[in-house]
Design a protein around this ligand. Structure first.
Ligand code: KG4
Ligand code: ZN
Length: 339
């Protein structure tokens, strides 16, 4: 079969991404504009601002991706674009631009589901990764566990009842004012908490209650631990009589405690999922695979916990490279290839 080329566009949240990928999984060109530092100043993503930045950057991001590939839109076979889920104002910029290119160059338009793209990225580098496999998607906007049965067929086993884990990391990093510490100023909340946690002297100093232990399903919940975290901060502020803009002394231990309880919860829920798929014959015993993706999959402590679980239950853990775990155009182009 002829090698196909797909141009992929991603604008579902705060990253404007574009890439050209071929059917063998080679990335021919890519470009990404992250709005992260701008949103950091506002203390979170403000949708109209995100939309405006996508609008201003989409053309140059697409042009740059094509340039790095030394290609023209005429050379690609189709344009794939994230159409859901995400921030509606952000999504519309990519969708409109993708459709506009298709009309201009007479190419087919492939609508992409953002979560499907996260889940399938792992197959780009690893052509031994066959369906079905278990997939855990953990990011700033999502938390779900599913069995990927085919390109367009996912069995959803569990999702978060409240916050996403990345959202908890981002909010708590903001509450701790970590970005005022120069070392963390350019990091995402999750990354800042991971680095702070790695410096902990007593990771068990702060107690966090494990969540949903009595529930036998695969759903997730993080809000309780988030509230506990805030209560710990308030107790520390009182204890040390801190001014409102001060950083608490035991910040590293506190971050380690949060990261630990979140990791423990993720592992516990995934373990339930593994038991369920085994009982119901949903994943053949000879290729038990767990794919973990989304921004929080960049966290090495979380990955370590999942690796231990996988070793125990005979699973292979597959984690795409960091830059493919967070939002990007490559995963959208690859999903276009798969479709
Ligand atoms: O997949 P992504 O780029 O966008 C969403 O779809 O949300 O994920 C971004 C999220 C943010 O919440 C960020 O704090 C988190 O991923 N993140 C991390 C790490 N790096 C990024 N969380 C924990 N540890 C990290 N090292
Ligand atoms: Zn994402």
């Amino acid at each position: 079969t002829k090698r196909s080329l797909i141009l992929g566009i991603e604008t579902s949240c705060d990253d404007t991404g574009c890439a050209i990928v071929d059917s063998e999984g080679n990335i021919l060109g890519e470009a990404l504009n992250s709005q992260h530092l701008i949103h950091l100043k506002h203390g979170g993503i403000i949708p109209p601002i995100a939309q405006d930045l996508h609008r201003r950057n989409i053309e140059s991001v697409v042009t740059e991706a094509l340039k790095t590939a030394s290609l023209n839109v005429n050379d690609v076979d189709a344009v794939a674009t994230t159409v859901k889920p995400g921030l509606p104002l952000s999504l519309t910029i990519g969708t409109k631009y993708g459709k506009h290119l298709c009309q201009l160059y007479n190419k087919p338009f492939i609508p992409i589901h953002h979560m499907e793209a996260h889940a399938l990225t792992a197959r780009m580098h690893d052509n031994t990764l066959k369906f079905p496999f278990l997939v855990l998607l953990i990011s700033g906007g999502h938390c779900l566990l599913a069995v990927a049965q085919a390109v367009d067929r996912f069995l959803l086993m569990g999702q978060s009842c409240d916050d996403a884990p990345g959202e908890v990391f981002d909010k708590m990093a903001r509450r701790l004012k970590l970005k005022d510490i120069p070392e963390y100023s350019k990091m995402s909340g999750g990354q800042a908490i991971e680095v702070a946690a790695s410096k902990a002297t007593d990771p068990l100093q702060f107690h966090f209650t494990p969540t949903l232990l009595q529930y036998r399903d695969c759903n997730f919940s993080f809000a309780g631990n988030k509230n506990q975290f805030v209560r710990h901060i308030i107790a520390q502020e009182r204890k040390y009589e801190l001014s409102p803009d001060a950083v608490i002394p035991d910040v590293n231990n506190l971050c380690a405690g949060l990261q630990f309880v979140i990791t423990r919860h993720l592992c516990h829920r995934v373990q339930r999922g593994m038991e369920y798929v085994a009982l119901n014959g949903l994943i053949p015993p000879d290729h038990k695979t767990l794919v973990v993706s989304g921004g929080v999959a960049c966290n090495n402590f979380v990955a370590c916990g999942l690796q231990i679980l996988c070793n125990e239950l005979g699973y292979k853990l597959v984690r795409p490279p960091h830059k493919l775990c967070t939002d990007n155009g490559v995963m959208i182009a690859w999903n276009g290839i798969e479709r």
